[in-house]
Design a protein around this ligand. Structure first.
Ligand code: KIV
Length: 283
């Protein structure tokens, strides 16, 4: 069994200091978590992307703390070696520091070892309060999907020099406030490289180029379980949607032709008992 991945172990994974890049994948249920863990990922993110890839919503704004707790518990029950990080949903850390800590505590009680939240300097009081409550926090800056309405869509961030410097500043402030790692989403590769160099905690990129300290992708995108329009940064390593449709079509055909179930797929009844029911020799 692989060694348990911990928050301090993740925090120490700076590629510039000789570490291997971090591997993070999302998972939302027990079978997904087992696959991700057996593949050797360092971190399992119970992302609010569950809203879009599992629950069929158009954005991530619909999921609640209870939803994420439900999925986190399913992942945690598999006792993965990977670190389990739960996403804090939209509005679970925006109203007050007290609510933020209480909501994060619910996710920890569901099985999360750390939480992730989106945003820069505005989130510093929340990050500090969580760290003070012994809840490790992963930051998330750049294209923050919970800001979809404020950003006017899922748009690449940090494209001009001023915005790039603001991203560097936000990441440094989050690291200083105690975040043990920072997700960089949807930013030019050159900006992600600048941020990665500027902070002493690992950056984990998604659509942020090769110079981050790790990479994260959404499980359903990597496996091709979903056939939604993919962002350009996704690399699909399987087409489980097509494989699934093929397998289910074969099942449907076997049911319709009578080829399923076969005798081997049925439970037999003792001859004497069949006789008692007047069934002996019937089948
Ligand atoms: O919810 C999620 O899957 C995420 C990743 C894309 C980083 O936040």
């Amino acid at each position: 069994m692989a060694q348990q991945c911990t928050v301090p172990a993740v925090r120490a994974r700076k590629v510039a200091h000789g570490a291997d890049p971090l591997v993070m994948l999302t998972a939302y249920d027990a079978p997904g978590a087992r696959m991700v863990d057996q593949a050797g990922a360092d971190v399992i993110l119970v992302g609010d992307s569950v809203a879009m890839v599992v629950l069929g919503y158009e954005d991530t704004l619909q999921v609640t703390v209870d939803d994420i707790a439900h999925h986190t518990a399913a992942v945690a029950r598999t006792r993965p070696s990977a670190l389990v990080v739960a996403d804090m949903p939209w509005m679970s850390y925006h109203v007050s520091v007290e609510e933020t800590v209480r909501n994060a505590a619910d996710l920890v009680r569901a099985g999360a070892q750390a939480v992730k939240l989106e945003g820069g300097r505005r989130r510093l009081p929340m990050v500090e309060a969580l760290v003070a409550a012994e809840i490790p926090v992963m930051g998330h800056v750049g294209l923050t999907p919970q800001s979809v309405n404020a950003m006017g869509g899922f748009k690449v961030q940090g494209k001009d020099a001023q915005a790039a410097l603001e991203l560097v500043d936000a990441a440094k402030a989050l690291a200083h406030a105690g975040c043990f790692a920072i997700v960089l989403e949807g930013v030019p590769a050159a900006v992600a490289a600048m941020v990665t160099e500027a902070v002493d905690v690992p950056t984990i990129g998604i659509g942020a180029g090769p110079d981050c300290d790790g990479q994260v992708l959404v499980l359903h995108d990597v496996l091709g379980i979903e056939h939604r329009v993919l962002p350009k940064f996704v690399r699909r390593y399987a087409d489980l949607h097509a494989d699934g449709v093929d397998a289910l079509s074969a099942f449907a055909a076997d049911v319709r032709s009578g080829a399923f179930p076969s005798t081997d797929e049925c439970y037999a009844m003792d001859d004497r008992q069949q006789e008692a029911l007047g069934l002996y020799g019937a089948a």
